[in-house]
Design a protein around this ligand. Structure first.
Ligand SMILES: Nc1ncnc2c1ncn2[C@@H]1O[C@H](COP(=O)(O)OP(=O)(O)OP(=O)(O)O)[C@@H](O)[C@H]1O
Ligand SMILES: [Zn+2]
Length: 453
């Protein structure tokens, strides 16, 4: 069996991956808060962990891997969006969730086995919070419940910081009902105009961190293999998840391996909604950049390195994919090439794997190229429509020239023949006094067009 090595944030080392149960390898990744279109940065963890999911399925068998990624559909940012837009919260979260699924599917990401919505796990969160209070790890005060950070000795291990350093560095909220400024919210009261659920502490709503602890426990158990997300979530979100889960289930080990992707940046800064320096995945797709090209650009950089999106990278990716698609057209996939598998098994080194794909293409090993690319979610049928669409500008120019010539000579035969040939290839020719427009129709056939060149 292929040996997989993964960089574990907890130990800061690359380690041989040994699943707790090879019959059921389990991974949890923090998903989006649903109130807006996903920006390109949000897509990076989706693509990165999609490749890891595919690798695990390849090595352990598709039915032996369980992948859960949540939707945070209760959050103050969502409430604020509803208030400013005058729309019901449920409409906003349902619409945004569907946008996310559509956009990520265009990037060739497989759907995780479980996609829990936080609002569907409120009773489980309440139960977990009750357990934490009973064991002295949390306390209720003024309708809030807070986690007592000093009650968990290992707090700070993931990010490698002491509690005192964290207090100094973080913008922790000081509140009269907190025993210690580091303590974080598990539950908070809701006024009548905000979403709320009944609880032993009154009508309220959960804090963000408890969601992932409760949902991963319900779906994957008290110990599972991999927990992932962007490195912006390491503190406080993941640190808090660990504290809650390990205190609620002391016999479990929670996540064995913690993996964090680096940020997609814009001029050296994290792309983020709060900085306003973002563009959405949908913006790029609408500009005609195929999802497969976006995916390829992501995979060309290792997940633990920061990266920028540039138009030049997109152009190169598109040219490469067009070449590889032509090379593998109609070819049956053989086995995944060993060097590609080895690169992916080496801490998901997608950049190394892409270099190996280039080598396979150069050697004309089309069957291996197709199989190896498929392991990375590339060159599949489902993403391929864009590559069949061809650039018709050359033909449009030819028609324009022929028309000028025909008007001068009063001989329309060449123009008519060229139009007829395009129509046979399924291209509609629209001519007006302003110009010429070529539109591929339902019967569009690229191979017929090739013969016209
Ligand atoms: N620029 C980025 N590069 C890579 N991953 C990112 C980036 N920004 C957010 N993420 C990741 O996207 C996922 C969804 O995060 P979340 O919904 O909290 O983002 P967000 O609140 O919309 O982001 P932000 O406000 O930071 O722009 C998380 O795993 C997070 O780490
Ligand atoms: Zn989370």
């Amino acid at each position: 069996m292929t040996e997989i090595k993964l960089h574990n944030t907890l130990t800061r080392r690359k380690e041989v991956f040994t699943p707790l149960d090879p019959e059921n390898v389990r991974m949890y990744v923090c998903g989006p808060t649903v109130y807006d279109r996903a920006h390109l940065g949000n897509a990076r963890p989706v693509v990165v962990f999609d490749v890891l999911y595919r690798l695990l399925r390849h090595v352990y068998g598709p039915e032996h891997v369980t992948y859960a990624r949540n939707f945070t559909d209760v959050d103050d940012k969502i409430n604020a969006r509803a208030a400013e837009s005058g729309r019901p919260i449920g409409d906003i979260t349902a619409e945004t969730t569907q946008w996310f699924l559509d956009d990520m599917s265009e990037l060739g990401a497989l759907e995780p086995n479980h996609m829990p919505r936080a609002t569907q796990y409120i009773p489980q969160m309440v139960a977990m919070i009750e357990g934490l209070i009973a064991d002295g790890h949390a306390y209720a005060a003024e309708g809030h419940v807070l986690f007592r950070v000093r009650s968990y000795k290992e707090y700070g291990r993931l990010s490698g910081r002491s509690v005192d350093d964290m207090i100094a560095g973080a913008r922790v909220e000081v509140a009269p009902y907190k025993e210690d400024p580091m303590d974080f919210v598990l539950w908070k009261p809701s006024s009548d105009d905000l979403p709320g659920w009944p609880s032993p502490w009154g009508r309220g709503r959960p804090g963000w961190h408890i969601e992932c602890s409760a949902m991963s426990y319900e779906l994957l158990g008290e110990s599972f293999d991999i927990h992932g997300g962007g490195n912006d979530l390491m503190f406080p979100h993941h640190e808090n998840e660990i504290a809650q889960s390990c205190c609620a289930h002391p016999s479990g080990g929670f996540a064995q391996v913690w993996m964090h992707n680096e940020m997609l940046q814009v001029e050296g800064k994290k792309m983020s909604k709060s900085l306003g320096n973002f563009f959405t995945v949908r913006d790029l797709l609408d500009k005609g950049i195929p999802g497969e090209v976006i995916r390829f650009v992501f995979l060309s950089t290792h997940y633990r390195k920061p990266m920028d999106w540039t138009a030049e990278k997109a152009r190169e990716a598109e040219a490469t994919l067009r070449k590889w698609r032509a090379l593998t057209e109609g070819v049956s996939a053989t086995d995944v090439a060993d060097p590609v598998l080895e690169a992916l098994a080496d801490d998901v080194n997608t950049a190394g794997a892409v270099a190996e794909l280039h080598r396979l293409a150069a050697a004309g090993a089309a069957g291996e190229l197709k199989a190896s690319a498929a392991l990375m979610g590339l060159l599949g049928e489902e993403l391929g429509d864009w590559a069949k669409a061809v650039d018709l500008s050359e033909f449009a120019q030819r028609i324009r020239n022929l028309r000028t010539h025909a008007i001068e000579t009063k001989d329309f035969s060449e123009l008519d023949a060229a139009k007829a040939a395009l129509q046979t290839a399924g291209v509609e020719v629209r001519m007006s006094k302003d110009g010429v427009e070529l539109v591929p129709g339902a019967g569009f056939d690229v191979s017929k067009l090739e013969t016209l060149k």
